[in-house]
Design a binder for this molecule. Structure first.
Ligand SMILES: NC(=O)c1ccc[n+]([C@@H]2O[C@H](COP(=O)([O-])OP(=O)(O)OC[C@H]3O[C@@H](n4cnc5c(N)ncnc54)[C@H](O)[C@@H]3O)[C@@H](O)[C@H]2O)c1
Ligand SMILES: [Zn+2]
Length: 374
């Protein structure tokens, strides 16, 4: 139950600015923002707005969110509600969103809002990028993973027969609203999966943040709002800095964000995308594998591998897949990864915690040996 308007305490907000070559926007972070959305979005060029969400999020938050838009003077179209889950990132659901928005006669000044996790953000953003060749887009991420990762950086898209995220566009939102209150209803498994992406930023380039996570990670996962806010802000800043330096992924800097992902994506593929292993869980294991492999190649001290492993265990994250992994199959899945160029295997490796780098010419034999042994 919401407190009446007058009694509500002022909302504390942090702002992370994203500055790109041809545009800039804010990531606004705090608690209670869902109820303030109408006011926070007041600078949009038109009052016409369409919310895209999924069934779970709709059940929990749609009524209060729509109310706040109404209070902000918006004319919201009937919301577009997708089935929850990865299978909604499809051509079929994309067409559903686009047809709905056209039937509502949205114009170039209108706005699509994604209220939900990464699935909703990815597909709603892609729909916004193509409707009338691009209408305004707002992200309101509601999972930890989407708050620290998918809502920042402008990648949108859907899955295709050829693989995950194979069809999409770079399309940035006008604003990202991150309300940490919504994390209270997220399952502990989803929360931990999001935590793995937070950990990733520390492992890439921020050893001090890793130390902070060693001290505060447990509290964060247990629901400590202050710890969550600090970690989300730090993560958004880390991702923003990398995206600003290499927006379209051509300079090899943005690739660092794939730490743990080549191994992770391959594990997800072997898992069959049926919920046995979540993306974040696979990324956690993938980061550990990147550290182990780096150690094997004489690049990373063993002490850092051990530190990471014990941190994953402390956080309740997996250190190996919950199913049997065939080394041959894993290697094949890794070679199918779209990040590989000209047959060479590219991986993000590390010289230790906070010292990740792009390694372009990984020898297949070395990787095979490592996977066989693991
Ligand atoms: N665009 C990018 O840069 C990028 C980066 C990372 C991941 N992704 C994509 O993000 C997707 C995964 O996102 P996700 O992990 O947020 O999954 P998700 O969107 O499927 O959400 C996970 C589950 O949590 C539910 N949920 C959402 N918010 C909730 C809340 N506050 N309380 C209770 N339940 C809630 C959802 O209904 C869903 O069942 C994948 O498709 C992945 O490819 C994109
Ligand atoms: Zn990821």
């Amino acid at each position: 139950v919401q407190a009446p308007e007058k009694e509500r305490s002022p909302v504390a907000r942090n702002i992370v600015q994203v500055s790109l070559a041809d545009r800039a926007y804010d990531i606004i972070l705090g608690h209670g923002l869902l109820q303030e959305a109408g006011a926070l979005l007041s600078s949009l060029p038109s009052r016409k707005i369409c919310v895209v969400t999924d069934q779970n999020v709709a059940r929990l938050y749609l009524v209060s969110f729509m109310k706040s838009l109404e209070e902000g003077g918006f004319q919201a179209c009937p919301p577009v509600i997708l089935p929850a889950g990865e299978s909604s990132k499809s051509f079929q659901q994309l067409q559903y969103i686009v047809d709905k928005c056209l039937s509502y006669r949205l114009d170039r000044n209108s706005t699509i809002v994604a209220l939900g996790g990464g699935v909703v953000g990815d597909i709603a953003g892609f729909a916004a990028s193509m409707l009338l060749r691009g209408i305004n887009f707002i992200q309101v991420p509601t999972t930890l993973l989407s708050q620290v990762d998918s809502s920042v950086g402008g990648k949108t898209g859907i899955n295709a027969t050829g693989g995950k995220n194979m069809v999409g566009a770079f399309y940035h939102p006008k604003t990202v609203l991150i309300d940490t209150d919504v994390l209270k209803t997220l399952s502990s498994r989803e929360l931990k999966a999001g935590y793995a992406e937070i950990l990733k930023y520390a492992l890439i380039s921020d050893p001090a943040f890793f130390g902070w996570l060693e001290k505060n990670g447990k509290a964060l996962i247990a629901g400590d709002a202050k710890a969550q806010e600090y970690a989300i802000e730090t993560s958004c800043r880390a991702k923003t800095a990398i995206v600003e330096a290499d927006e379209d992924e051509r300079k090899g800097i943005r690739a660092l964000l794939n730490l743990g992902h080549s191994f992770g994506h391959a594990l997800e593929k072997l898992g069959g995308y049926d919920g046995k292993i979540l993306h974040g869980e696979a990324v956690g294991i993938g980061c550990l594998m990147a550290f182990e492999f780096s150690h094997e190649l004489g690049l990373c001290p063993l002490a850092d591998v051990v530190r990471l492993k014990s941190h994953l265990s402390m956080a309740g994250l997996m250190i190996e897949a919950p199913f049997r992994v065939d080394a041959e199959a894993l290697l094949a899945a890794m070679q199918g990864d779209k990040k590989n160029r000209d047959g060479n295997i590219t991986l993000i490796l590390t010289k230790g915690i906070g010292k990740a780098f792009v390694a372009n010419n990984i020898r297949e034999a070395d990787l095979k040996k490592f996977l066989d042994k693991r």
